[in-house]
Structure formats: structure tokens, C-alpha cells
Design a protein around this ligand. Structure first.
Ligand code: VAL
Length: 181
């Protein structure tokens, strides 16, 4: 089964009309998102498009957003550090230190959006970034590979079977980014 690559929107707490965009091939990990990672010296843009205002790396803006956008602001990743955002799912809202932008040297502009969805339980880089920030990891998946029963939307599901309901739910809430939507 191929991994569905999606781009999810993470609205800024202090500017809800603007959202960070992050690309992932593992939508089932979005429930466990605790941080977004940016490259400290990468340039990012806040861009106005037909469908909304988004922050992505300048070098990837045309690839992600299409040609039709207006740059409203430019900033470095360093300047974005600490920015608070609303995670796509609210199960871990309030987790100490979570749901802010972190800087990390491994972030590149090779692919995706230049912003890395960070779920510490499911990636070595993710784990290390969270550890550096003093954010404890969370893991909603039982040892048998199924989500804990109390997780909304996907409780009890085999982790990979969660991709579909998660993508559907994101789409319904306008958090699944599609160019030309
Ligand atoms: N950071 C990875 C991703 O963006 C995982 C490990 C969450 O898909």
C-alpha cells in the first residue's frame, strides 16, 4: 500500500487566517504532532493565495502554491521559532511546551514545504528535536499497532488504517491543503 503524501495546514494561534503548511507521507502521525521544525537560516514567505494565506519556504513556494500567489512577508526560520500554532487534531492540546515552531538543522528545501511536521514518537530527528526543547513524546499507539481506544476518530484502528479517516477529517475541516482547491 502506497503512503498517501499530504500537505496539512497548521493555523497560527495569533493569526488564524495564516497557516504553516507541512508535508507528510504518514497522515496517521498527525494526531501525534507536537512541533513544526524549520531551518534556522532558510527563508520563508507568508504568501496570499486564492485559497488562503500560507507560510512555506521561499524556495518551494511555487512548487507548493502554484504560480499564483503574492508574497506578503519574508522571514528566516530563526524569526519563526516559538510561533504558536493550532495542531490538526486536539488530543494533545495543552501538552507542555508543544505546538510551537522549533528550529532544526536537518530541515532542507529539497522537498515538501520546508517545514517538517514533527511527531517525536515516530522519527529519530523528531524525537531529538523534542528532547532538545524539553517536550516529552506522546504515543497514542498500543504495542499491538492499534490506536488507544480513547483517541477520537481513530481509536482502536490499526495505525495504517487511520490514514483514510484522518485525511477525510482534515479535508472536511479545510486543513488538507491542495493546490487549486
Ligand atoms: N517527521 C515525519 C514526517 O513528517 C514523521 C516521522 C512524523 O512524516
Amino acid at each position: 500500500v502506497a503512503d498517501p503524501a499530504v500537505i496539512a495546514a497548521f493555523p497560527l494561534v495569533d493569526d488564524p487566517g495564516t497557516a504553516f503548511l507541512a508535508w507528510t507521507t504518514t497522515p496517521w502521525t498527525l494526531i501525534s504532532n507536537l512541533l513544526l521544525a524549520v531551518g534556522p537560516s532558510i527563508t520563508y514567505v507568508k504568501a496570499q493565495t486564492e485559497s488562503g494565506r500560507y507560510i512555506v519556504a521561499e524556495a518551494l513556494a511555487a512548487q507548493v502554491l502554484g504560480e499564483d500567489f503574492e508574497v506578503l512577508e519574508r522571514m528566516t526560520g530563526e524569526a519563526l521559532a516559538g510561533t504558536r500554532y493550532t495542531p490538526p487534531f486536539d488530543h494533545y492540546v495543552g501538552h507542555p511546551g508543544a505546538h510551537v515552531v522549533a528550529t532544526a538543522d536537518y530541515v532542507t528545501t529539497e522537498d515538501g514545504t520546508g517545514i517538517v511536521h514533527t511527531a517525536p514518537a515516530f522519527g529519530a530527528d523528531d524525537f531529538e528535536t523534542a528532547r532538545r526543547l524539553g517536550v516529552d513524546m506522546v504515543n497514542p499507539i498500543r504495542r499491538d499497532g492499534h490506536f488507544e481506544d480513547d483517541i477520537p476518530l481513530v481509536g482502536g484502528l490499526w495505525f495504517k488504517d487511520a490514514d483514510k479517516p484522518i485525511c477525510r477529517d482534515l479535508k472536511e475541516r479545510g486543513l488538507l491543503f491542495k493546490r487549486d482547491q
